[in-house]
Design a protein around this ligand. Structure first.
Ligand code: DGJ
Length: 733
């Protein structure tokens, strides 16, 4: 059992392989957070908590003689609003009497083997290979009947702890929830950096590292999705933490809608971090006896730097968050027609692309946007999920049969959450789109968002998408979402419950995804939102991969994939080789370099193969062979960042090492060639110091120790120009 309750000092210690997390029930039933960090062996860590009389930090009534006991300075496990803790709070309610305050105290607890489950929300799961234990801690507010059950899931072997909360209205009148966070954690210091991931469309998840400072610092989204702009993944670490050393804490929210991740360094230099649903435009009514589940947060700690922290999340998400056949099975190398044709294609053209692709060893053909309704540009058609047989020159089944006859699987693009005004669906049901009566809606890519909080909308979409997927042997689906939510108002909810729509939208989406992925367990699903606009751990529960970015320029991708690697495994990163010069940036890169970069993802092509020379086609053939050979090393191996392409102007390098450390793949891409360049030494990582390795089948062998501590001198003549690449394949000698 990884959860230890000590009934003498009232501590709960959650133990993973390399970390401990502790909370303690103290006088009056308050639950304090005492520790999270490197393993401690059952010690009561509350000795770390110091108390002093601080003016303007009041005291609970029952201990008002003790002016040192203040909720405003003590580390809380789930901080309340309005009862004397003035720092960022975890929960806020509007109670029956109109007050906003809550006062949660310990009521009971349960510890059991197995992982709790959150109905209707994504969450990590235990299985036969990976055990988990659960602590449920019930807190109550005596005067309002508010009950909060704090859930803790402990994945000992994965070094992961999950948290979520169930909020119950145990009174006989409605209350309103205006904030319901998933996580609150206090640190007794502020000497740390906060790392967040920001970006924009076509440049997602760039890393930003800043020292924690007094006041509140936060990232979040109010776009209805997790967004291109800020990712729901945050790291705290020592100022000096590197890839290999230092204390690091990762916090990853399993949620795909509006979120807020906020840190506050307080008056006595403690830091509080709160993460969960964004409280802006959130107001959820809980009627008597109703309950509300917050999304889950996965936490991990490493004393061995950012590299090990990322690997914890990679392993956990690959094995205990992603589900379905393609969690383990090799995913097919694909070709997607989007950047080759955009909307301008016919059935015959698609078959021709597929023919060329099949000859090179590509295994899956994906038909992107433009195959349905009147969709010949992005002004129309969304919502009408009816095959355009004129354009495809036959039925979908006939097209798929032709592709299958080439020995290829067939995949299709959909964007089910959207509707164009110019569509039969909108003409029939204008109220199914989110918009505010009397106000002209904000348009984005000429489309509106369907109100997924409504059952009839979800049912219609579910049925129409199922109809398409059943009409032909479809083996892959790209589920796209090309705008953010605005004018959020649902015709199905009363005026005073409009603050629920954003969250109900996400719950509605999750319901549809759960049903569709269960109904088609053999289909490989890829998430997408104009590239990586909804690249979050919540979506990974339904779809094991997500299109990482609409920017397919190999050099830009280095930074995007670098940032993404902090919180997400390579197996989730949709990445394709596209044409050079690149359509977005005009940059020219070799096919080798484009292949090297795209291989550090799910791998595919997105260009017109018929325009390739025979030499280029031969390179593609070899790339696919090479990728298949190293597939499991790349997808299941440990991932090491060797250099940061945002900081190192000369080259980018990263490495995969197999779990048994018998093989490794090192990737290097030059960013800036220099005349009379300095020599380049790359220090490899993760190898077994005692093993001998051959590099690219060299005669000589090198010990792991030599390659780690001495490094590998990159042959001078190999990388002399901008954007060249080199892959080193290491095998145990
Ligand atoms: C945005 C996606 O990211 C692209 O890959 C493509 O599928 C387009 N949408 C199609 O409209």
């Amino acid at each position: 059992m990884s959860i230890i309750y000590n009934n003498i000092n009232n501590t709960f210690t959650l133990q993973t392989k390399h970390s401990s997390y502790q909370l303690k029930i103290v006088d009056l039933g308050y639950v304090l957070h005492t520790y999270y960090g490197n393993t401690i062996y059952g010690d009561d860590m509350s000795y770390l908590i110091q108390m002093a009389n601080r003016c303007f930090s009041g005291n609970p009534y029952e201990c008002s003689l003790d002016r040192c006991f203040s909720l405003d300075t003590l580390p809380q496990e789930y901080s309340c609003f309005g009862t004397g803790d003035y720092r960022i709070h975890s929960i806020q309610t509007i109670n029956q009497d109109g007050s906003y305050a809550s006062d949660l105290r310990y009521s009971s607890h349960k510890i059991y083997a197995g992982k709790y489950h959150l109905e209707g929300l994504p969450s990590m799961y235990a299985d036969k290979d990976t055990a988990a234990d659960t602590l449920e801690l019930t807190l109550k507010d005596k005067s309002t009947g508010l009950t909060v059950v704090l859930y803790y899931g402990v994945f000992e072997d994965l070094d992961i702890i999950t948290r979520a909360a169930k909020i119950v209205n145990n009174s006989n009148a409605p209350i309103k929830l205006t904030k319901a966070s998933s996580l609150c954690i206090d640190f007794n210091e502020m000497n740390m950096d906060m790392i967040t991931f920001y970006g924009r469309h076509a440049m997602e998840r760039l890393m930003q590292r800043t020292p924690i400072h007094h006041g509140i610092q936060s990232v979040g989204s109010l776009r209805g999705t997790s967004s291109h702009h800020y990712n729901p993944f945050v790291i705290f670490c020592d100022h000096a933490a590197t890839e290999e050393s230092g204390n690091c804490y990762g916090f990853s929210l399993l949620y795909s809608g509006n979120f807020l991740a906020a840190a506050e360094a307080d008056q006595i230099n403690n830091t509080r971090f709160v993460m969960g649903i964004n409280p802006d435009q959130f107001c959820f009514q809980l009627n008597a006896q109703e309950c509300f589940f917050t999304p889950e947060v996965a936490l991990s700690y490493s004393s061995e730097g950012l590299g090990a922290l990322s690997q914890n999340f990679h392993k956990a998400y690959r094995n205990n968050l992603c589900r379905g056949k393609y969690k383990k099975a090799r995913r097919p190398v694909l070709i997607n027609n989007w950047e080759a044709t955009f909307f301008d294609f016919t059935g015959d053209q698609l078959v021709n692309i597929a023919k060329d692709a099949a000859e090179l060893g590509i295994e899956l053909f994906v038909m992107d946007d433009g195959w349905f309704g009147d969709r010949n540009d992005d002004f129309r058609g969304l919502g009408d999920w009816v095959v355009n047989e004129e354009k495809l020159q036959g039925s979908l089944k006939e097209l798929v049969d032709k592709i299958n006859a080439l020995g290829m699987k067939f995949g299709i693009w959909v964007e089910p959450e959207m509707v164009n005004e110019n569509s039969d669906l909108y003409r029939k049901h204008p109220d199914w789109a989110l918009q505010i009566p009397g106000r002209l809606p904000n348009l984005s890519r000429h489309q509106l968002v369907l109100d997924f909080s409504r059952k009839e909308v979800r049912d219609y979409i579910y049925d129409s998408i199922c109809k398409v997927l059943e009409s032909a042997p479809i083996e892959y689906v790209k589920w796209d979402m090309n705008r953010n939510l605005a004018d959020v108002w649902s015709a199905a909810l009363p005026t005073d419950r409009q603050g629920e729509v954003f969250h109900r939208y996400v719950l509605g989406l999750y319901e549809v995804l759960e049903k569709i992925t269960n109904r088609f367990p053999d289909i490989l699903f890829e998430g997408c939102s104009g590239g990586g606009g909804r690249f979050d751990a919540g979506m990974l529960y339904y779809f094991p991969q997500s299109w990482c970015s609409d920017d397919t320029d190999a050099i830009e991708r280095l930074e995007i994939q670098y940032g993404t690697s902090y919180g997400y495994p390579v197996s989730s990163v949709g990445s394709h080789v596209s044409v050079s010069p690149n359509q977005q940036t005009g940059r020219e890169t070799s096919l080798d370099t484009r292949g090297t970069v795209a291989m550090s993802g799910t791998f595919g092509y997105e260009l017109d193969i018929s325009k390739m020379t025979p030499e280029e086609k031969e390179i593609v053939k070899q790339q696919i062979k090479h990728f298949k050979k190293y597939y499991f090393l790349i997808q299941d191996g440990s991932y090491y960042r060797i250099s940061n392409p945002g900081e190192n102007n000369d080259y980018a390098a990263w490495q995969f090492v197999s779990q048994d450390r018998s093989s490794s793949l090192v990737n290097i891409v030059t960013l800036h060639a220099r005349a009379n360049a300095p020599f380049m030494h790359i220090k490899l990582k993760g190898l077994d110091p005692e093993k001998q390795y051959r590099i690219n089948e060299s005669k000589e062998t090198y010990s792991g120790a030599a390659l780690i501590y001495g490094g590998y001198p990159v042959p001078y003549e190999k990388l002399t120009n901008d954007y060249q690449s080199l892959q080193l394949c290491l095998s145990e000698a």
